[in-house]
Design a protein around this ligand. Structure first.
Ligand SMILES: [Zn+2]
Length: 145
């Protein structure tokens, strides 16, 4: 699953979670739940990296935007939800830049075994669009308080 979609899910978790520890834990759970749903992924490393670069930068931008738009009282929980929701995929960044992952083998093994990937990238864009609508509505709702 694209990291941008994990960022959006982590945002929703952070908006609703009553505390930072729950935002972190539920964000992590959301990652694994989303990764069990069949999602985009390819064996072609050039294509994978082309999408991953755009997705990584988009995810960072979305993270910054939702944190800027969120009420101040919600920002730490939302950041926790995003961190938890994105944490499992940090192994990919680490493997790309440093040649190895820093996660325990059992953690990465579990993360890998739940993946079901296909070549239909458009599904990720549809999920991102749907989650974006819900995120914007949730943040507007929180701002109106
Ligand atoms: Zn993942």
């Amino acid at each position: 699953m694209l990291i941008t979609n994990h960022v959006l899910a982590g945002t929703l978790v952070g908006v609703r979670a009553p505390s930072l520890p729950l935002a972190l834990g539920l964000g992590l759970a959301s990652h694994f739940a989303m990764d069990t749903v069949p999602h985009w992924g390819v064996d072609d490393q050039d294509e994978y990296l082309r999408v991953a670069r755009i997705d990584g930068l988009t995810g960072l931008g979305v993270s910054a935007a939702v944190l800027a738009a969120a009420p101040a009282a919600d920002r730490v929980r939302i950041a926790g939800g995003i961190f938890g929701a994105c944490f499992p995929d940090t192994n990919q960044v680490s493997a790309h830049f440093f040649g190895r992952t820093f996660h325990p083998a059992w953690f990465d093994g579990f993360h890998n075994v739940i993946q079901t990937e296909h070549g239909w990238l458009r599904q990720e864009v549809i999920v991102a669009g749907a989650l974006s609508v819900v995120v914007v509505a949730s943040l507007v709702n929180r701002r109106r308080g």
